[in-house]
Write a protein that binds this ligand. Structure first.
Ligand SMILES: Cc1cc2nc3c(=O)[nH]c(=O)nc-3n(C[C@H](O)[C@H](O)[C@H](O)COP(=O)(O)O)c2cc1C
Length: 305
């Protein structure tokens, strides 16, 4: 039997396999490149880039919960200039397309980020982060209202030829409504889910574990919620869905693909197992082989209900 096809198309990009890092859990790739060859990935997704350098929220910014992780990093990053000057030269060395996650406080900031990044060699697509729960301005405010979500995507669409992926929040009543609004506004794919808002308390000190009081929950604890969101969104839109939320193994990734995701992203799992993505890619290949499936695309949305 010939080798099964693992490649998928997302937003006009051909990925050699459907596995990529979840934004913010992979930095700009430098640290992970010591653990494995980044050329093995389907795509490289970098941490949110903002117009100006951002220090993020005060510590403590991480708290472990049952099967999950709460974070309130708050989009800490060196800013657009440093990203272009110091991070892109490293990222350009690798074959997989580089997807840049962008976050603005205002609509104008999203537009400026998109315009500037469109001129940078090696940037393959923009992931428009309208879902960060850990910042006071912008972020999730754009992602909880269909009109505001559409407004950001429309404005970015007008100013960039790059493919646009809208990163959606689960902290809404109906995520399909936001996904449809983003699709109608011209985005090429959606990625979901960002973290779920949560908190944890130290009872001895009677204080929140996070200095920011609230944070975003990720990891295995959110997987069923994420899977459900992907399943619903995949049936509500025509554009491809990138699924994420608690993926640790190839079986988890397959669940998301059967639910309708064309590609998957891995975040929190890489903190404890830096090579998790490589193991997932191998596991997908092995599953296709074992089940005599020639093309991974056959699995997308193939859940029998
Ligand atoms: C420490 C941390 C930082 C994150 N930073 C970002 C970010 O900068 N931009 C973004 O869109 N999502 C960010 N996320 C959300 C992840 O990309 C992902 O949507 C979420 O964690 C669910 O996937 P997981 O359970 O595999 O981690 C972050 C998540 C974590 C845990």
């Amino acid at each position: 039997m010939p080798l099964p096809n693992l490649s998928v198309n997302i937003a006009g990009l051909r990925l050699q396999n459907p596995v990529m890092p979840a934004s913010g859990t992979f930095g700009f790739g430098e640290e992970y490149s010591r653990f494995f060859d980044l050329n093995l990935l389907g795509a490289i997704v970098v941490k949110a880039v903002t117009l100006k350098p951002a220090p993020g929220n005060p510590p403590p910014r991480l708290a472990e919960t049952a099967s999950g992780l709460l974070n309130s990093i708050g989009l800490q990053n060196p800013g657009l200039e440093v990203f272009i000057r110091e991070k892109m030269p490293f990222l350009r060395r690798f074959k997989p397309p580089v997807i840049v996650n962008i976050a603005g406080k205002t609509l104008e900031e999203y537009v400026e980020l998109a315009e500037r990044l469109s001129e940078v060699e090696g940037v393959a697509a923009l992931e428009v982060n309208i879902s960060c729960p850990n910042v006071k301005e912008g972020g999730v405010a754009f992602g909880v209202d269909p009109k505001m979500a559409a407004g950001v995507i429309t404005a970015v669409r007008r100013r960039t030829p790059l493919p646009i992926i809208a990163k959606l929040t689960p902290n809404v009543t109906d995520i399909t409504e936001i996904a449809r609004a983003a699709e109608d506004a011209g985005c090429d794919a959606v990625s979901l889910i960002n973290t779920l808002q949560g908190m944890a308390i130290d009872v001895e000190r009677r204080r929140p574990l996070l200095a920011n009081v609230v944070g975003g929950l990720s990891g295995p604890a959110i997987k069923p919620v994420a899977l459900y969101a992907v399943w619903r969104v995949a049936r509500a839109v025509k554009i491809p869905v990138i699924g994420m939320g608690g993926i640790r193994t190839a079986t988890d990734a397959l669940e998301f693909m059967l639910a309708g995701a064309r590609a998957v992203a891995v975040g929190t799992a890489t903190f404890t197992r830096p090579t998790a993505m490589v193991e997932i890619i191998e596991g997908l290949r092995e599953y296709l082989h074992r089940n005599n499936i020639n093309d991974i695309n056959e699995l997308v949305g193939a859940i029998k209900v």
